[in-house]
Design a protein around this ligand. Structure first.
Ligand SMILES: Nc1ncnc2c1ncn2[C@@H]1O[C@H](COP(=O)(O)OP(=O)(O)OP(=O)(O)O)[C@@H](O)[C@H]1O
Ligand SMILES: [Mg+2]
Length: 337
């Protein structure tokens, strides 16, 4: 197996996505590096439309990047051989926000939850039924649900089915897009605990509006704003002391859901400006140019921070869009080595 030198499960090198062209171009994800290493789960937070789902879809190969590449075992996923692609599908799984939409309504639960494992080959019908029973047990659903159809389950039960399905092929990386947002608060905790319990053997990418979900499940955090990763670093460090004014507003909103920066600055925004410029209470002239990241372990893209702010804020940190994947991902994924 030709694993990348940094032993990453999946690596995104300067990956970006622009929808449309010319004056209608919309940069959903600015070139960004992300590297998933075993045991280092990564959260992605940011307001609606900031590019979180697009980033996950790029990692899953559901969306073709307009910049950079996603690599599995060192190879761009667009050029995997059939056998490599099968391995990639078994290694990287996803759970989407609305499990109803991603479960084929005509298939029985036992078929649905064993499909990814079955697709990798080597399962007899009998071993498939046995695997279904074991997976149902793992997600705390009764074995008799095996012969039901998705519409005969509640939303929370369907989400458990989606999780069972995602882990059926013993993946290494599971991408979770708002895994509990559509669920009643009474079942959210149970689902989060279920995911946290599997956290030892699984690595997650978790998109959530709910920072408590991110805090429970992730080690590293990316904060996105209009396609830019404006801050990244250890989840605890960012949630304890967010640096970017947008991150500060996001974290403050946990305690005060109506919180708004309330700001509408008159600094002219233009191409190349910090995207937060018009909502930022600290906007200043320099902000017409988006700065490079400052910091090593905890990085922020904001002119309020300078290399002299402390040992963890050295300019010279590789830019998020740098084409050197190892140098620029080590800050996030190798933070505690
Ligand atoms: N297929 C598409 N065609 C054109 N634009 C798209 C497409 N998919 C997403 N976009 C745009 O890309 C941007 C990022 O969308 P994305 O779905 O990644 O946001 P998000 O952060 O997941 O938001 P939410 O929290 O609402 O789910 C948005 O401006 C969206 O309108
Ligand atoms: Mg989304």
């Amino acid at each position: 197996m030709n694993l990348a030198a940094d032993d990453a499960i999946l690596t995104a090198d300067a990956i970006g996505k622009t929808f449309g062209r010319g004056t209608r171009a919309n940069v959903a994800v600015q070139p960004t590096n992300v590297s998933f290493r075993r045991g280092r789960s990564i959260g992605i937070a940011g307001e609606s439309g900031s590019g979180k789902s697009t980033l996950l879809r790029l990692l899953l190969g559901l969306e073709a990047p307009t910049a950079g590449a996603v690599r599995f075992e060192g190879m761009p996923i667009a050029s995997l051989t059939r056998a490599e692609h099968r391995r990639y599908r078994a290694t990287v799984q996803a759970v989407f926000q609305d499990p109803g939409g991603s479960l084929d309504p005509r298939l029985h639960i036992w078929q649905l939850i064993t499909e990814p494992a079955w697709a990798t080959g080597g399962l007899t019908r009998r071993s498939r039924r046995e695997l279904a029973a074991r997976l149902l047990h793992e997600v705390d659903l009764p074995e008799r649900f095996a012969d039901r159809l998705p519409h005969q389950l509640s939303g929370g039960e369907r989400q458990r089915v989606a999780i069972a399905r995602a882990v059926s092929s013993s993946p290494q990386l599971v991408l979770l897009d708002e895994p509990v947002t559509s669920l009643d608060v009474s079942v959210r905790g149970a689902i989060i605990n279920l995911l946290a319990d599997r956290g030892a053997e699984l690595t997650y990418a978790v998109v959530s509006h709910d920072l408590t979900v991110i805090a429970h499940l992730t080690d590293e955090l990316l904060i996105m704003y209009q396609g830019f990763v404006v801050e990244r670093g250890p989840t605890d460090a960012i949630l304890d002391a967010p640096r970017h004014p947008y991150s500060q507003a996001l974290v403050a909103a946990v305690h005060d859901p109506l919180h708004d920066t309330g700001y509408d600055s008159d600094v002219p925004a233009g191409a190349g400006a910090c995207p937060f410029i018009n909502r930022c209470p600290f906007a200043m002239e320099q902000c017409v140019v988006m700065p490079d990241p400052v910091g090593q372990i905890h990085q922020v893209r904001c002119h309020l921070y300078s290399p002299d702010d402390g040992e963890d804020t050295t300019r010279g940190a590789p830019p998020l869009g740098s084409s050197d994947p190892i140098a620029s991902t080590v800050n996030v994924t190798g933070a505690h080595q």
